[in-house]
Design a binder for this molecule. Structure first.
Ligand code: NDP
Ligand code: HSE
Length: 436
C-alpha cells in the first residue's frame, strides 16, 4: 500500500518531537498502522531556526496553506497552538476532506463543538489525544476503555508546568519565577505561560475531559478557574505539617442536578497517589461506577511524550481511514445527537473542605471569634495550627482545616472573618479534597 502522507503545521517542541518519533520508530509504526506514514511537508515561519529534529526529506513551506492545500496530504497535524490561525487551518483542512490531528487544547475547548460538527459533515476525523495530559492516553481511556461505565468523577493534575513549579517549591524551596523559567526552557510551558500558572490550560483540558466523561458539550466558559500564583512556601509547609500536599487539580464531578467543573489548588492527603505525582508528571483519577477508581500516570508535557500521543492519533486515523464514518468512535465519545444537558453548577453549590490561612493579632479570644463564625455557618473544624509570633511581631499565622461544606456557606463565613479587626491581612483559602 502507498504510504500515507502527513503534513505538519508547526515545527516547535511538539512538531520536532513528532518528526523524531516517526523517524525512529517508522518501521514499527507502519506494522501497526498497516501502511507507512511519511511526513511529506512541514510548515514553519522560520525555516532557518535550529530544530530538535532532522528535516531531511521533508519539504518545508513558509505558508501553512501550502500544506493544507496540497492534494497529496491526507492528514494535517496542527501543532502551532492558539485559536486564531490554528482554527482557520483546521477548518480549512476539514473543508478539503483531510483528517486532522492536533495537540491544541485551547482550540478544542473553545471551538471543538464547531470543528467536530464540520468534521462529521465532511466525514473526516479530528484526533486530539495530545491535547490532554501529554503522553497519557486519557482520551482513549475515557472514550473507549471505560465506555461501559457511568463516570462519577475525575480529578487530575493536568498541567505539567504547574506541577513542576509546585514540586520544586516544596522539595527545593525554589522561587516561583525561577522554576517557571526552567519549565519554559524545557519546552513544557505554553507560548503564554500565564495559561499554565493561572489554570487556563488546565481548564481547557478539563473542558475536554468532562465532555467526554459525561457526554456534555464543550463549555470552557463554565469552568471555575484559579491558578497557583497565590500559594506561598508557608502554605506548602503548613499543608505538609497537617499531612497534605498542595496540588493544582482539575475536578469534574457528576451531581444529581449538574456537574462541578473546577480547576484550583487543592490540599490532597499525602498518602494518596495523586499527592505523590511530582515534577512534569501528570495523573488523572477516574471513578467509574463499574470499574471503581482508576489512575493514569505519565509525562504531561515535553517533546517526545507529547509526540507519542500525536503519533498514536496518526496511527488511529490511518487504521480507520477506510472505515465508514458512521462506525468510527465519536469525537466526544457520545453520539453527537445524544449529548446530555446536565448543567455546570456554580461554585456556590460545590461541596468541599477547606484550608484557611489567616494572619491575626496575637491576643486572647481571636481563635474563639473565628471558630464562632465558622460554627455559625455550620462549618465543623477538623484541625487548627497556631504559630508563635516571630521576634518583634505581634501578628501570628492561624491555620484552620474544615470538614466539607457548601462553598456558599464558607464564603459567607469568610466574609465575616475578613471583617474582624483582629484579622490583619487578606485570608487565603485552599480547597481540600480527600478523593475517597
Ligand atoms: P512551540 O512554540 O514550540 O511551537 C509552535 C510552532 O508553531 C513553531 O514552529 C512556531 O513557529 C509555529 N507558530 C507559533 N505561532 C505561530 C503563528 N502565529 N503563525 C505561524 N506559526 C506559528 O509550541 P509547542 O510545540 O510547545 O506547542 C504546540 C501545540 O502543542 C500547542 O497547541 C500546545 O498547547 C500543544 N502542546 C504542547 C505541549 C508541550 O509540552 N510543549 C504538550 C501538549 C500539547 P516558529 O518555529 O517560527 O517559532
Ligand atoms: N503547557 C502544558 C503543560 C503543555 O505544562 O501541561 C502540555 O499540555
Amino acid at each position: 500500500m502507498e504510504p500515507v502522507k502527513v503534513g505538519l503545521l508547526g515545527l516547535g517542541t511538539v512538531g520536532g518531537g513528532t518528526v523524531n518519533v516517526l523517524a525512529r520508530n517508522g518501521e514499527e509504526i507502519a506494522r501497526r498502522a498497516g501502511r507507512a506514514l511519511v511526513i511529506a511537508k512541514a510548515f514553519t515561519r522560520s525555516p532557518d531556526k535550529p530544530r530538535i529534529c532532522d528535516l531531511s526529506g521533508i519539504e518545508l513551506a513558509t505558508d501553512p496553506w501550502q500544506v493544507v492545500d496540497d492534494p497529496e496530504i491526507a492528514i494535517v497535524a496542527e501543532l502551532i497552538g492558539g485559536t486564531d490561525i490554528a482554527r482557520e487551518l483546521v477548518l480549512g483542512a476539514i473543508e478539503r476532506g483531510k483528517h486532522v490531528v492536533t495537540a491544541n487544547k485551547a482550540l478544542i475547548a473553545l471551538h471543538g463543538n464547531e470543528i467536530f460538527a464540520r468534521a462529521s459533515e465532511k466525514g473526516v476525523m479530528v484526533a486530539f489525544e495530545a491535547a490532554v495530559a501529554g503522553g497519557i492516553p486519557i482520551i482513549k481511556v475515557l472514550r473507549e476503555g471505560l465506555a461501559g461505565n457511568r463516570i462519577e468523577w475525575l480529578a487530575g493534575i493536568i498541567n505539567g508546568t504547574g506541577n513542576f513549579i509546585l514540586t520544586a517549591m516544596r522539595d527545593q524551596g525554589r522561587d516561583f519565577d525561577d522554576v517557571l523559567a526552567e519549565a519554559q526552557r524545557l519546552g513544557y510551558a505554553e507560548a503564554d505561560p500565564t495559561f499554565d500558572v493561572e489554570g487556563i490550560d488546565a481548564a481547557h483540558k478539563l473542558t475536554i475531559l468532562a465532555a467526554i466523561a459525561f457526554g456534555i458539550p464543550l463549555q470552557f466558559d463554565r469552568v471555575y478557574t484559579e491558578g497557583i500564583t497565590r500559594i506561598t512556601q508557608e502554605d506548602v509547609r503548613y499543608a505538609e505539617e497537617l499531612g497534605y500536599r498542595i496540588k493544582h487539580l482539575g475536578i469534574a464531578r457528576r451531581r444529581e442536578n449538574g456537574v462541578e467543573l473546577r480547576v484550583h489548588p487543592c490540599l490532597v492527603p499525602a498518602r494518596r497517589l495523586l499527592a505523590n505525582v511530582d515534577g512534569v508528571m501528570n495523573a488523572v483519577v477516574v471513578k467509574g461506577d463499574a470499574v471503581g477508581p482508576t489512575l493514569y500516570y505519565g509525562p504531561g508535557a515535553g517533546a517526545e511524550p507529547t509526540a507519542s500521543a500525536v503519533v498514536a492519533d496518526l496511527v488511529d486515523v490511518v487504521r480507520t481511514m477506510t472505515a465508514d464514518p458512521e462506525n468510527r468512535v465519536p469525537h466526544l465519545a457520545f453520539q453527537p445527537d445524544a449529548l446530555s444537558d446536565l448543567p455546570p453548577l456554580p461554585m456556590a453549590a460545590v461541596e468541599t473542605a477547606y484550608y484557611l490561612r489567616l494572619r491575626v493579632a496575637d491576643r486572647p479570644g481571636v481563635l474563639a471569634d473565628v471558630a464562632r463564625i465558622l460554627a455559625g455557618e455550620n462549618i465543623s473544624i477538623e484541625a487548627v495550627i497556631q504559630k508563635e509570633p516571630q521576634l518583634g511581631q505581634t501578628d501570628v499565622p492561624l491555620i484552620f482545616l474544615t470538614h466539607r461544606v457548601q462553598e456558599c456557606a464558607f464564603d459567607a463565613a469568610l466574609e465575616r472573618i475578613t471583617a474582624l479587626d483582629s484579622v490583619k491581612a487578606p485570608p487565603y483559602r485552599i480547597r481540600l479534597e480527600t478523593l475517597e
